[in-house]
Ligand binder design. Structure first.
Ligand code: GLU
Length: 508
């Protein structure tokens, strides 16, 4: 038998923002496809018109663009298995519903919501299945004439899958192993609704996976309960031999580990659960996103990759290319993965460290603007140097501002506790002396100026800590920050002296 081409899909329903768990599912599909030289398909499952949310599809696409998860075919990507939006495939599904009806593997049911409700009152734990279907109003209990008449009248109906009871259905899951479920616990699932002339998720999902030649279905654990039904549907269509392999990914759990991760956990603990900021068109609510919160996409990818998978050793930092090489469904865990959002912050810190200073400087420009600084006044070179001095101290690019604001805004107030500790009566005299030393310098760059100043302090017998801290206080506004002479080199002589004079005048 020839190896089957690897074709996987990510198939979201456009019902709102893409949850971070969905992003992980897409990522694993992407890694799997790349590793095997296969295809990743982007399919939109929009057969539930009641839950359709405008803007969701665009949001999902933009999220993947930002994250660097690329699709080979699908909605907005093209390909020769389209259309890839299920609402545009109605006729295809109708044809397959017909096949099941003609072969007696499905039937038409006319029961109204009220009738179903009444049955539920009558029979405890009512389920529409082999044990009850013969008491209901459907094409199994009505005559052909009655059915035709009801249809001709335009009565609403659904098509239900006729599940044979008492059969063990085996699912071979690449992560969870063998799962066996008895068909008797399944109900006769609705496959199609005349009301909107659309199939339900189950029918559309498996017809599409088949027609799109999907080889592996890698999806969240919440879909595991649907798998037996899907297996039975494949069989009913006679597609069992080309059925995709299943892999159900572990749940993402709350940071504390008890229960499923929800948006509320993010609100409660202050972390995003969506890749991008989401503006809910119905409620007007705005939910934070990883992008807007200042995460680097590489960091988010690396963080998510390790939620439910590991490379078999304790390596943590992996680029997308490395992940493609190392990813392995056999190393996915069965048990849920705690959403350790603090680890996400750590990854961001590490990726800031790894990224070249020039690139961080580019990302820092909008932060400067947001803080009222005309960033255009500063060269890339200047910003790059500033970044290099402090980037080890931050987890987010926006946090650089607090570290370096004094480069852009000269201090006019001075930290009170530092003044108390470091500014004495004789300080103005010593600072004036230091100003003269600085003024006379020819080379104002970090190393040489440091040597001269240290030499001068020693020669005069001054207290090193006091002088240096007063110097820093006058230039920075507080006794914090990177190496003093790196600061003065970047500020330049004129600005340094002006600041010192202002401090002397202000603090007296
Ligand atoms: N439309 C489903 C979802 O929103 C797809 C489930 C599957 O991958 O089969 O996740």
């Amino acid at each position: 038998m020839t190896e089957r081409r690897v074709r996987v899909r990510f198939a979201p329903s456009p019902t709102g923002a893409l949850h971070i768990g969905g992003v992980r599912t897409a990522l694993y599909n992407y890694l799997f496809a790349r590793q095997h030289g296969g295809d990743l398909i982007f399919r939109i499952e929009d057969t539930d018109s009641n839950r359709f949310v405008p803007g969701a599809e665009e949001y999902i696409l933009e999220s993947f663009k930002w994250l660097g998860i690329l699709f080979d075919e699908g909605v907005s990507f093209g390909g020769n298995h389209g259309p890839y939006r299920q609402s545009e495939r109605r006729e295809i599904y109708k044809k397959y519903v017909r096949v099941l009806l003609d072969e007696g593997k499905a039937y038409v049911a006319f029961d109204t919501p009220e009738e179903l409700e009444a049955k539920r009152g009558e029979i405890a734990n009512f389920q529409y299945d082999a044990s009850t279907r013969m008491q209901m109003r459907n094409s199994l209990t009505l005559s052909k004439e009655e059915v035709d008449a009801l249809m001709a009248e335009g009565k609403q109906y659904v098509v239900r899958f006729k599940i044979e009871p008492n059969e063990d259905v085996h699912i071979h899951d690449l992560i969870r192993g063998e799962v066996v479920i008895n068909s008797s616990i399944l109900d006769d699932k609705v496959l199609y609704k005349s009301a909107d002339e659309l199939p339900t998720y189950h029918l559309a999902n498996i017809v599409d996976d088949h027609l799109m030649e999907v080889s592996h279905v890698i999806r969240g654990e919440e879909w595991l309960p649907s798998a037996p039904l899907h297996v039975l549907l494949y069989r009913a269509f006679g597609w069992a031999d080309s059925m995709p392999a299943f892999a159900h990914l572990p749940l993402l759990l709350k940071p504390e580990g008890n229960g499923k991760l929800s948006k509320r956990d993010g609100d409660r603990l202050g972390f995003p659960v969506f890749p991008l900021e989401w503006h809910d068109p119905k409620t007007g609510d705005v939910s934070s996103g990883y992008r807007e919160s200042g995460y680097l996409p590489e960091a988010v990818i690396n963080f998510l990759a390790l939620l439910g998978w590991n490379p078999g050793n304790d390596q943590e930092l992996m680029s997308m290319d490395e992940l493609v090489k190392l990813f392995d469904l056999n190393h996915c865990s069965k048990s849920g993965a705690k959403f350790d959002y603090k680890k996400g912050v750590w990854f961001n810190h590490e990726y800031i460290l790894m990224k070249p200073d020039e690139e961080i400087a580019v990302l820092f420009r909008p932060v400067l603007k947001a803080n009222g600084v005309d960033a255009d006044l500063y060269s890339d070179e200047f910003l790059t140097k500033i970044v290099s001095l402090v980037k080890g101290r931050v987890n987010f690019v926006k946090e650089l501002w607090d570290q370096v604001r004094f480069f852009f805004v000269a201090p006019t107030v001075f930290a009170e506790k530092d003044v108390k500790k470091r500014w004495s009566e004789e300080t103005p005299r010593i600072m004036t002396e230091l100003m003269n030393v600085l003024r006379d310098m020819e080379d104002f760059s970090s190393k040489p100026s440091e040597e001269v100043v240290i030499g001068w302090i020693t020669e005069r017998g001054y207290h090193m800590g006091n002088v240096m801290n007063a110097f820093r206080l006058s230039v920075v506004g507080e006794c914090k920050g990177p190496h003093m002479f790196d600061i003065t080199e970047l500020l330049g002589k004129e600005e340094t002296l002006a600041r010192m004079q202002r401090a002397i005048d202000t603090l007296k």
